[in-house]
Write a protein that binds this ligand. Structure first.
Ligand SMILES: CCCCCCCC/C=C\CCCCCCCC(=O)OC[C@H](COP(=O)(O)O[C@@H]1[C@H](O)[C@H](OP(=O)(O)O)[C@@H](O)[C@H](O)[C@H]1O)OC(=O)CCCCCCC/C=C\CCCCCCCC
Ligand SMILES: Nc1ccn([C@@H]2O[C@H](COP(=O)(O)O)[C@@H](O)[C@H]2O)c(=O)n1
Ligand SMILES: [Mg+2]
Ligand SMILES: [Mg+2]
Length: 218
């Protein structure tokens, strides 16, 4: 319970960090834009790097170096949108590409962990926890995409993608450095927060559909 409360406080702090982070991301985005690189190239290269890091290192048990490579490339995701906005290239194709590539990257990270722990890493508990985190992450993202496709909003959740990435990458990185139970702790926290996020998204969509039904008297 204390751990959960700490995570909630931390997540709130992360939300507060977002505007401050924009002050770093925007100038870097401006520099990138001047090089002529397109937002879609940043999106694709970032995803390819995450997939290569996750599937190239994790299944061999190289959790620390895998985490370093993944972290470097996952940060590209903060700059593609900035470059798109600065160059006036935002659009539905870029938004679709960004969100869909996010799912590919997330799947690769947890698949890499699962491949290691079901293979030579031989740890069924961590494999099951990683599988749970993979599936809950998919449900979290799908719920939002489907809600938005129905014209509803679903911008809630204690563990959105950035939070999920930080928890899993810190856990994997520390475990790779030999910190006992770092990944166990991270994946349990992520499983709990992921489940809460699924519930939060179901609740917000249900509330909107009920309100709409009441308006038409159903
Ligand atoms: C010894 C151990 C060493 C281990 C080190 C590992 C440490 C790892 C620490 C940090 C890793 C940072 C990872 C964070 C990367 C965040 C990437 C990201 O998600 O950026 C995009 C995101 C919002 O984009 P969207 O709104 O387009 O994304 C939507 C989102 O994915 C939705 O998710 P859902 O919850 O629904 O699944 C999808 O639904 C939707 O489809 C999708 O479009 O941007 C942000 O969230 C911005 C805030 C990120 C806050 C990250 C804080 C990072 C903190 C420190 C990093 C320092 C960065 C400094 C940069 C300096 C550059 C020179
Ligand atoms: N290749 C891309 C990537 C992103 N966008 C736009 O940016 C938004 C997301 O930006 P983040 O930096 O928060 O990831 C996205 O919804 C698109 O509007 C783009 O156009 N092309
Ligand atoms: Mg992005
Ligand atoms: Mg993205």
């Amino acid at each position: 319970m204390a751990g959960l409360l700490m995570s909630m406080v931390w997540t709130t702090m992360l939300n507060r960090l977002r505007p401050a982070l924009a002050k770093v991301v925007t100038p870097v985005g401006r520099t990138l834009a001047r090089t002529g690189v397109t937002p879609n190239v940043i999106t694709v290269v970032g995803t390819a790097g995450v997939v290569a890091g996750a599937l190239g290192f994790y299944p061999r048990g190289e959790l620390f170096w895998g985490t370093i490579v993944i972290t470097a490339f996952v940060l590209f995701d903060m700059f593609d949108g900035a470059v798109a906005r600065i160059t006036g290239k935002t659009g539905p194709w870029g938004a679709f590409l960004d969100s869909t590539m996010d799912r590919v990257a997330d799947a690769a990270i947890f698949s890499g962990l699962i491949l290691w722990f079901t293979g030579a890493g031989n740890n069924a508990l961590l494999a099951w926890l990683a599988l749970y985190c993979l599936v809950s992450g998919v449900v979290i993202s799908y719920a939002k995409a489907r809600a938005e496709g129905l014209g509803l909003t679903c911008d809630v959740g204690i563990a959105e993608r950035a939070e999920r990435l930080i928890i899993s990458l810190v856990g994997a990185g520390l475990y790779g450095l030999g910190v006992p139970y770092a990944l166990h702790t991270a994946l349990v926290v992520l499983a709990v927060l992921g489940t809460i996020t699924v519930a939060q998204r179901f609740h917000t969509v249900y509330a909107q559909t009920r309100a709409a039904a009441e308006r038409v008297g159903r």
